[in-house]
Design a protein around this ligand. Structure first.
Ligand SMILES: NC(=O)c1ccc[n+]([C@@H]2O[C@H](COP(=O)([O-])OP(=O)(O)OC[C@H]3O[C@@H](n4cnc5c(N)ncnc54)[C@H](O)[C@@H]3O)[C@@H](O)[C@H]2O)c1
Length: 361
């Protein structure tokens, strides 16, 4: 809460709570509904899902009205903003519908499966003067904020190398019903519906967090992808070499079926004056830093551990979005940030398909 750019808590509480409607009541919606209920800045007023059982479940769990159609939810006067969490190919069309209906939209990542869709949504949100946020909540992990401050202050000097890894041990049943089995639908493994596999689904979070922490942009990629364990249409394994706009070089490895992997989604940053090892945002390990020269209280030539506090990244993401809605200000995780991530992911797919290095514009 100590961020200067945020409005004071008092000012936010004095505004009326932002009333959310939920479109899509699958796995992703549960922690988000909990965070909306927990925040004094938000109310949950309506839910909708094509799967009536799941809509009923959320309606009963959170004592909120279930709508019969998406249109009913989008025209309801008690809904100011919608959170949209549906299969990837439906994110952009439903976000478009929400914006056209005059609702602010907080849409799940990756927002869309093509850059053209993202560009149209950016234009539409500007035209409608509505907030359009994307739910890349992982950037709010406390270690990311600390790493960002250290980098901005110059603690590790100029970044020369980046190592990104997304190693997950997913059960094969994941492709049919996600981790939880809450919604049995094979969309995650169908290319036209998911847009991509482990890189789009999981590494996208790290690409967003990396841009947030370092301010660096990927300028080219050279990649290989494969479907090596499962029998789906999207990749379950990927590697890539990345070049960044400051000249730094990076490597990325992603795997959905890495035996024994546990909390191994993170990135390391190598600088001219030290290095930072970010912990898995889902775990409780500390941020680790090595310094070539002394920095504040930290002596030189040693590793230091910086403990991370426990926060609800979901609530932080929602409250920052609400702040933008209430103040008509900039959305912190906006469609442009999501576009940057999607451009890198699509570049990885194109590079693998065409066996060449792809420039990211
Ligand atoms: N930010 C995160 O940490 C996080 C975590 C998990 C998933 N996600 C994202 O959330 C989104 C949904 O993923 P999920 O795991 O909840 O999937 P899911 O399959 O569990 O849920 C999707 C839900 O959308 C519903 N649906 C389908 N078509 C619809 C329509 N036209 N109108 C309304 N509802 C419709 C389905 O019935 C289902 O209940 C994806 O974009 C995914 O990448 C984000």
């Amino acid at each position: 809460m100590a961020r200067n750019s945020r409005r004071t808590v008092k000012a936010m509480l004095e505004s009326k709570p932002v009333r959310f409607g939920i479109v899509g009541c699958g796995s992703a919606s549960i922690p988000v509904c909990e965070a909306i209920m927990a925040s004094p800045l938000t109310d949950l007023t309506a839910v909708y899902d094509v799967n009536e059982d799941l809509a009923n479940d959320i309606s009963q769990r959170f004592h909120v009205q279930k709508m019969g159609t998406v249109n009913e939810l989008l025209t309801d006067q008690l809904v100011d903003a919608v959170y949209i969490a549906v299969p990837h190919y439906l994110l952009a069309p439903l976000t478009q519908q929400a914006l056209e209906a005059g609702k602010h939209s907080l849409t799940e990542k990756p927002l869309a499966i093509s850059l053209e869709e993202v560009d149209q949504l950016i234009k539409l949100a500007i035209k409608q003067q509505l907030a359009l946020g994307v739910f890349y909540e992982m950037r709010y992990a406390p270690a990311h904020a600390s790493a960002r401050e250290l980098i901005q202050a110059g603690a590790i000097g100029n970044i020369i190398g980046v190592q990104i890894q997304t190693l997950i041990d997913k059960p094969l049943s994941y492709w049919q019903a996600g981790y939880t089995g809450r919604s049995r639908n094979p969309w995650r493994g169908i290319k036209a519906q998911a847009g991509g596999g482990v890189v789009l689904m999981n590494t996208s979070h790290l690409l967003d967090a990396l841009a947030y922490v370092t301010g660096l942009m990927v300028t080219s990629v050279s990649a290989e992808i494969g479907t090596l364990v499962s029998s789906v249409e999207v990749e379950d394994t990927a590697t890539a070499t990345l070049r960044f706009n400051n000249g730094a070089i990076g490597s990325l490895i992603a795997g959905a079926h890495i035996n024994g992997a546990h909390q191994e989604e993170y990135f390391n940053l190598y600088g001219t004056e030290g290095q930072l090892r970010l912990p898995d945002p889902y775990g409780s390990d500390p941020l680790r830093i090595y310094l070539r020269r002394a920095w504040g209280d930290f002596p030189a030539e040693q590793w230091h551990s910086i403990p991370t506090e426990s926060v609800s990244v979901y609530q932080r993401a929602i409250e920052d979005f609400v702040q933008a809605v209430q103040s008509k200000g900039c959305v912190p995780i906006d469609a442009k940030a999501a576009r940057q991530v999607l451009a890198v992911v699509l570049g990885i797919y194109q590079s693998a398909a065409e066996k060449r290095t792809i420039s990211i514009s």
